[in-house]
Ligand binder design. Structure first.
Ligand code: TDO
Length: 178
């Protein structure tokens, strides 16, 4: 595995190891010891995947204390435009964002530390997004900021967005607990 820090401290792009042969490929996306060796000594508690049509935007989400979490996300099929926003008040990149494409054909992972909001837009039909988190889902602590915040330039697509996400507060009107 290869790890590279993004412009946001503690947020890493990870290139997993893939093995390809005449049958197809095998990609290792989590290995406890390898994660520890990369400095990511975390215990994941929950994992799920979602399937999204082209243009679906989900985000920008996070959980507030006491159920805040780090997460490791990837796209196992299709392609997504993935974004994180730093909500840590004492961080030099507070309010700044980082975006990257996650492509099922050339797998890579994004490790998102506590205190960041996360979202993505699906660039292809049936993109499969895989999410592993260090706390379980808590509807009481589930929060978000509006997707059209912080100067994020989203892909020019006909976006499909849930009512819940359309109603999220702007970053400017959100008092961060981080
Ligand atoms: C995220 C989640 C949702 N749900 C339920 C709540 C709801 O009925 C349905 C759909 O939930 P949402 O609309 O919140 O799903 P979605 O918009 O896909 O939420 C996800 O977005 C991406 C960007 C993230 O970063 C994730 O952490 C998560 O917040 O699934 C769970 O039961 N467990 C979960 O872990």
């Amino acid at each position: 595995m290869k790890i590279e820090e993004t412009i946001i401290k503690g947020c890493y792009l990870i290139t997993p190891r893939s093995f390809t042969d005449n049958r197809g490929s095998l990609t290792k996306i989590y290995h406890e010891l390898m994660f520890q060796e990369m400095g990511l000594d975390v215990q994941f508690r929950e994992e799920y995947f979602s399937v999204s049509s082209k243009g679906v935007l989900r985000g920008l989400h996070f959980q507030i204390p006491p159920m805040q979490h780090a997460k490791c996300v990837t796209c196992v099929s299709g392609k997504i435009f993935d974004v994180v926003v730093d909500l840590r008040k004492n961080s030099p990149t507070f309010g700044k964002h980082f975006c990257t494409e996650l492509d099922g054909k050339t797998p890579s992972l994004l490790y998102v530390p506590e205190g960041l909001a996360h979202g993505f837009v699906s660039l292809e039909d049936d993109s499969i997004f895989l999410n592993r988190s260090t706390t379980v889902y808590s509807p009481e602590c589930d929060r978000g900021i509006h997707w059209d915040s912080c100067g994020i330039v989203w892909p020019d697509l006909d976006l499909i967005i849930s009512h819940k996400d359309q109603e999220m507060p702007d970053f400017e009107n959100f008092n961060s607990p981080f």
